[in-house]
Design a protein around this ligand. Sequence first.
Ligand SMILES: Cc1cc2nc3c(=O)[nH]c(=O)nc-3n(C[C@H](O)[C@H](O)[C@H](O)COP(=O)(O)OP(=O)(O)OC[C@H]3O[C@@H](n4cnc5c(N)ncnc54)[C@H](O)[C@@H]3O)c2cc1C
Length: 382
Amino acid sequence: MAGSKILVLGGGFGGVQAAISARSSLNAFHEVTIIDRNRVPHLCGMNPLMIVGERETNKTGRSLGRLANRGINFVEANIDLIDTSNQQVVTSAGTFDYDYLVIALGAAYDWDAVPGARDAYSFYDFDYARHLRRRLSRLKRGKIVLAAAKPPYKCPPAPLETAMIINWWARRKGIRKDIDISVYIPEPGPLGVAGKDASMRIRNALDQRGIELVSSAGVTEVSRNGFEVSFADGSSTTADIVATIPVHKMPDIVAASGVANGKPWVPVSRATLETSIANVFAIGDVNVVPSGEFAIPKAGVFAAGQGTKVGEVISSRINETDEPEPYDGVGFCYLAYSGGRSATVGGEFLAEGGPQTIVTEPMVSGMKHKERFERDWRNFRI
Ligand SMILES: Cc1cc2nc3c(=O)[nH]c(=O)nc-3n(C[C@H](O)[C@H](O)[C@H](O)COP(=O)(O)OP(=O)(O)OC[C@H]3O[C@@H](n4cnc5c(N)ncnc54)[C@H](O)[C@@H]3O)c2cc1C
């Protein structure tokens, strides 16, 4: 009897955890392979501190080649086609067959959906974040606008966190009185997904720090020179630095594969993360898991939790053991207010009766946990 082939597309938070989880319960007879075009993915969660010089640019990555130590094959290749009818994936390094497929390709950015965004600043991508870091290091005065286009976007706290970190950095540098910071978001309020309490707490925190928050105002255009920016509520403003959160979309090859059934994100079973095609799973940013009136946020902690669950589901099917407990939607993110203190936000997003969430005060212990999270990620413990 031949062993099963488990193919994981994408070596981000979700894909790596799915591979590690499946591998840990399967004998060596079965093959676990990850394909990603990047050998060294970066931890986007470090970008808000990286842009103000609080994280080193050469310490934000991890090499997927190291997964060989755990019995997981890594193939560095571009994935071009997902063919579920023939159980094959076509890549720049050849065609791969599978018995179980895990699609963990994340969200793609549509930089052209907002005219001018491609040439503006951003902290949502590693290269853009490095560019913004260089710009901020020269800044002495002026106005900074952080502007999200439309939901859903990764890590909903990230624009708010970034505004607070820039506030802290400018104070430390002694230039805060010469800097204006504004955050424009498309939602009616910040962190709606985490509940009213969290939303109010963040509003107050921004207000106390003199950070302007404008809601229901997604960015619609950035001028060619990058200094003027327009919003969905009809307003516009000028700024010295405009940093956008780009429009997110499902990667084109996932849309072309048909697994999303024409929906904007891949619908999956809430319990097993399986798509409408048997033994094809979609986890992390690429899927949608409804949670109350929202959906589970696009964040690494949820992608990783889903990866662990899918690994358990696949190994239980191969080993013919009981199917594991359904996915629980539990996850907590960090929301740093400075280089030294971080709040925690999250909870149980699939709780009966609706999401049960909390947000804590920013604490030194919160930052210690965040630093441990970063170390664990680099060492493949997350
Ligand atoms: C500024 C910022 C701050 C954040 N902060 C946090 C935080 O504090 N906590 C948190 O939990 N999350 C945070 N996130 C969100 C987190 O980074 C994402 O939600 C997470 O990475 C999603 O994991 P994933 O596995 O679904 O996709 P990804 O991690 O995006 O992985 C997808 C992988 O697929 C690969 N890929 C895509 N297409 C192809 C192709 N055609 N061929 C080959 N390879 C391909 C990519 O190279 C990538 O490695 C933050 C994000 C940003 C931008």
